[in-house]
Design a binder for this molecule. Structure first.
Ligand SMILES: [Ca+2]
Length: 544
């Protein structure tokens, strides 16, 4: 039940009184729009926080990140048609370092699988509390492989290897990954069971792409190219792209450095890239080329990736988890569907005509839905914070825990702007201390603004025109409400100085005396933007 979040009038009075005493917070009169959206026509917002078709060989923790305006009641999982298992709380999945609705699959408890196609299917449905529409997830699939490695195949390459005289062993490696992939294909052809292929890179500089060699072509197993055990990612470097793309449809690249490589898929319309534990370095924030993405990829996953010196960062990803961006010229995370525990430091378009955004959703006149930000920090980001535009409709968006800071002394007028009709938006745990949020469209409903600090909130329409029960504001603080144009009514709304530790140096942590503290009885998330626990009653904004 989320009903308890609304503090009693008495509690609010006490809080406001303390706020005035401690940090000169002025308490706005609230109680105007106390009608809360019912959420009954709002569908659960949810994403798998795990990459499908990966191979597991022992107990494996996997889960879903989910939100709903009325709260999430449970996630029901069903593994290979077995019993339904209900998960009712978001807790820390240590494997992903994410608070999510997770469970464990143990291959030992699954019956025999076809060794040619050893796939388990997991069904999941996420249910809201009290009222709302459940979301039936697309099924998740994992390969199960023997823990003894008997279905693995490893081919070695090295900067000192030889594509003609090598044989792909550790002692006699090939020179390029493209050649090694062809050797993996030969191994697969010789075996009548699924083969899980890995190309190990010893120290060296490599060509990105299959270079005319063939490669395994399965669409249900990842082919991995990874730094060999003990080789630092700075010593396994892709720095040439004249090999075209890599052919595997599911390509995982792990533990490498990629410099100035333009890579697009070679495999056709169904091509997926999973980049993990790697660094990508581009030619510069405002220079073209060196681009990793294009619409040709079907799905792209970045996990533990540091990307720097590109015009665009981790855009249009299926999952961006623990992604760090530095020195970006335009869009940081735009179009990505699940962003977890990620950050961008430095967005500057320079003299270009770029339209920079930390997080933009642009639909090209389509209907889009189901986006999650769960833990995002933007610093020195000369960009719009959150921008939604060009959508016939954009439904089911949750932004939970986001600290979005523009350069402290900037005079460029960048805002956050919502231009599109929407059903079901959650903004919770946000601190946006130096840019205004503008509602550019009032055809919204089931909107919750919760536990957040905004510079100001504005809307350009005369009379505003929102339905009475369209937007619920609660536990929210406005730093400079007069700089917006829109009065905010709701439950526990305050304004004025927030009592940050050191605003002038960009530290927007609430001080011990801040009136933001202790105001949220039931936080939407039990961690803050940095992963620190929120112990109730918790603090308004991104930082606990
Ligand atoms: Ca943009």
């Amino acid at each position: 039940m989320r009903r308890q979040i609304g503090l009693s009038r008495y509690t609010r009075t006490v809080i406001c009184f303390l706020g005035i005493l401690l940090t000169q917070i002025a308490c706005a009169q609230s109680g105007g729009s106390s009608i809360r959206p019912s959420g009954e026509d709002a569908m659960v917002i949810a994403h798998w926080n795990v990459v499908a078709f990966q191979a597991i060989d022992g107990p494996f923790q996997f889960g879903i990140v989910a939100f709903h305006i009325n709260g999430v009641d449970r996630v029901d999982y069903q593994i290979n048609g077995g019993d339904v298992l209900s998960v009712t709380d978001m807790t820390l999945n240590k494997r992903t370092n994410t608070y999510e609705y997770w469970t464990t699959i143990d291959p030992a408890k699954i019956g025999p699988l076809n060794p040619e196609n050893p796939i388990v299917e997991i069904k999941a449905t996420v249910f809201p509390k009290t009222a709302g529409i459940p979301r039936e997830m697309d099924p998740m699939y994992f390969n199960v492989k023997p823990a003894d490695g008997s279905q693995d195949a490893i081919v070695w390459v090295s900067g000192k290897g030889d594509d003609k005289r090598g044989d792909g062993t550790k002692e006699n490696p090939f020179r390029q990954p493209g050649r090694a992939l062809e050797a993996l294909e030969d191994i697969e052809d010789d075996r009548d069971e699924a083969v899980f292929g890995v190309v190990y890179l010893m120290e060296g500089e490599y060509i990105w792409g299959s270079s005319g060699y063939s490669a395994p072509d399965t669409d249900s197993r990842w082919v991995e190219i990874a730094a060999a055990p003990g080789v630092d990612k700075s010593k396994a470097v892709f720095n040439e792209d004249d090999g075209g793309g890599f052919l595997p449809l599911l390509l995982k690249v792990k533990g490498v450095t990629i410099k100035n490589v333009y890579f697009i898929p070679e495999g056709g319309e169904y091509s997926n890239l999973w980049l993990e534990d790697s660094d990508m370095i581009g030619p510069g924030a405002t220079t073209g080329g060196g681009f990793y993405h294009s619409p040709s990829w079907d799905e792209v996953f970045f996990i533990n990736v540091h990307l720097s010196d590109f015009p665009n960062g981790a855009t249009d990803l299926a999952i961006a988890r623990n992604v760090k961006l530095t020195n970006i010229g335009s869009d940081a995370f735009s179009g990505s569907r699940l962003i977890v525990n990620s950050e961008v430091n430095g967005i500057d378009r320079g003299d270009t005509q770029f339209h920079p955004d930390v997080f933009q959703i642009y639909c090209g006149n389509d209907d889009m839905e189901n986006f999650i930000i769960f833990g995002l920090v933007a610093r020195d980001a000369e960009a719009q914070g959150i921008f939604a535009g060009g959508c016939s409709s954009l439904d089911n968006v949750a932004i939970v825990n986001a600290l979005l800071i523009r350069p402290l002394f900037s005079r460029v007028p960048f805002f956050s702007q919502w231009h599109v009709p929407s059903n079901h938006l959650i903004f919770s745990g946000i601190t946006m201390p130096n840019s205004t949020f503008l509602w550019r469209n009032n055809e919204v409903r089931n909107v919750l603004i919760d536990s957040s600090v905004f510079y100001a909130m504005g809307a350009p329409f005369k009379g505003y025109g929102f339905d009475d029960d369209a937007i619920a504001y609660q536990n929210t603080h406005l730093l400079r409400p007069r700089d917006g144009s829109m009065p905010v009514d709701g439950i526990d709304i305050t304004s004025g100085d927030a009592g940050f530790l050191d605003e002038g140096k960009g530290d927007f942590t609430p001080s011990g005396k801040s009136g933001l503290r202790g105001r949220v009885k039931a936080p939407f998330s039990n961690v803050d933007v940095y992963g620190n626990p929120r112990k109730g009653p918790s603090t308004i904004g991104a930082i606990e």
